[in-house]
Design a binder for this molecule. Sequence first.
Ligand code: ADP
Ligand code: MG
Length: 685
Amino acid sequence: MKRAPAPAAAKPLARLGLRSRFDFVLHLPLRYEDETALCDPASAPPGKPVLVEARVERSEIAFRPRRQLVVHARSGGEPLTLRFFNFYPSQLKQFGRAADDGLLVRAYGEVRSGWFGAEMAHPRYRLVREGEPLAQALTPIYPTTAGLAQAQLRRLVLEALDADALDDTLPEASLARLGLWGFAESVRYLHRPPADADLAALAERTHPAWQRMKLDELLAQQLSMRLAYRARRERAAPPLPGDGALLRRFLGALPFRLTGAQARAMAEILRDLAQPHPMQRLLQGDVGSGKTILAAIACLAAADAGWQAAVMAPTEILAEQHYRKFAAWLAPLGARIAWLHGALSRGERKAALDAAAGGAAAIVVGTHALFQQEVAFKQLGLAVVDEQHRFGVQQRLLLRRKGEEAAARRRVVPHQLMMSATPIPRTLSMSYYADLDVSVLDELPPGRRPVATRLVSSARRREVLDRIRAACAEGQQAYWVCPVIEESPELDLQAALATHAELAAELPGLRVGLVHGRMPAEEKAAAMQAFASGATQLLVSTTVIEVGVDVPNASLMVIEHAERFGLAQLHQLRGRVGRGARDSVCILLYQQPLSAAARARLKVIFESADGFEIARQDLLLRGPGEYLGERQSGAPLLRFADLERDEPLIRAAREMAEELLAREPERARRHMERWLAGRQDYLRV
Ligand code: ADP
Ligand code: MG
């Protein structure tokens, strides 16, 4: 830009992410004010801001009811009073001179009728000579931040807009085909709409100028995803053919048949692993669809080819469960498995790390936290990330960077298999996850009975206890989940402890266990083990059991204060039961009164057992930012496009991205630079 912003504005501008010319050009107005026509103060509509013009007669500082600058003016023969409660002494002088010179004041704001005629309180104003032309365009109001005045920001944006020609990054043929406006035309319209613009269409962002902006934004995201995808395809990974003895023996000895969906996903995974390029595949399947076995299959393909595999889970409990399962499945085949966890003694830890570094361990299982500390491998060929959805944008970004750093250092990079039980709604998988290949398990293993869901007011807790007693008497097992109290992990813990004590007292003769996040790792492991083996019948827990825990004999789940849980969490928790042959029940205990949002969530979880539908509703109720963990990162994801409403544009952007990359890579590059400069990372986590 020609004129550098005042140094004092540098910080607020950086906060708004405004650096390059196009950052300013693409800083679009939030709304507009109409200063294109004058309104007679006497007939101004109530509650609606208007532009009025009046001749300044005199001004003074008044002290009642509080200190204020009062300007007396006259418009069309009628008095108009302007009041300013915050003002500079220079303003008094300014109005004094205006009265002497016969200037007019043009004020924008609401007009009210006061004791002495029409009044305006702290209007935005300008002093003008008679006959000065009115604005031709609506006045844009921009999102701004402390330390940056609206007028200053507006000047910078409009200067950037007018600085130079605005070329179009999209080919004309595509614009014509999609009926889209040109780029220059669109941004000019949005920064300076004509007086007769359709304000509703602008506010709802359905106006063609907005459609074009949204398409451009989505296209930039798609391009960056496709490029990330291609870059990965150019890296080298060890080919893992998947035809070795370990895998063959494992499949031969499976106690069940793979479902059709599992067989399909296996074929997709093995096909990717056989390639000399890193797989980046998301295995998406509802709770209980049988993802773990596919992780084991992939690990064995690595082991067969003489490469190591790392299996990462988000919690210690889940990591342990994976370790036990993998050990039971794979140890008989002679594959050595190391388990890294918080309760290892120094010696044990060293032995596990040595087994990873020396290559003695074919498979290493642990939490992400453990892997983020230094775990060296002799030759890592595959990384499996379970419950990938548990990680916020920031963490995913970190994992990706780590992977890329590693790739820069080494010749080959490991294949990656990510697993997620929270299905990703289609619009999300078309946008934020567009750089992944996806396998879907859309079928549950046979013999599963749907879990019956009951909504029960906490006033009927006694009946719930009776139900637990009866179920346990028949040899079944039950979970009792206490809510997490976010503001206070201490209270949270106390609630779990108190509930445990209460239930133990109320259910004499029942063996009641307890597990919570703040237990030392060994105690946690022991508590889970006791429940898995049937030694305890009722397990009181916090949400530490939310993901992955698999105890098929448990057929009853009680979730206390279900109204405090999120939808994905409720679905995950409910997925802990219904894993055996017996009919299972999930009781959602709620406390009256319910907020509207809590009621909406409970209704969704009550009515639907389908993870995809629940995820879709969740996205609708919460919006994608929160859904994707935006709040943790603080960074904006998409600024203009709305995933639900703009699905057709996402589709168009996807097609256009392919086409541009194939035919006009230079345009694609310029488009990304214009839209992404500096925020690339965030658009593709
Ligand atoms: P999730 O997809 O939630 O991770 P798991 O991998 O934990 O599901 O599998 C849930 C349960 O289903 C486990 O007990 C697992 O052994 C069992 N299972 C997996 N695949 C099959 C199958 N094809 N037939 C029968 N049971 C299966
Ligand atoms: Mg799982």
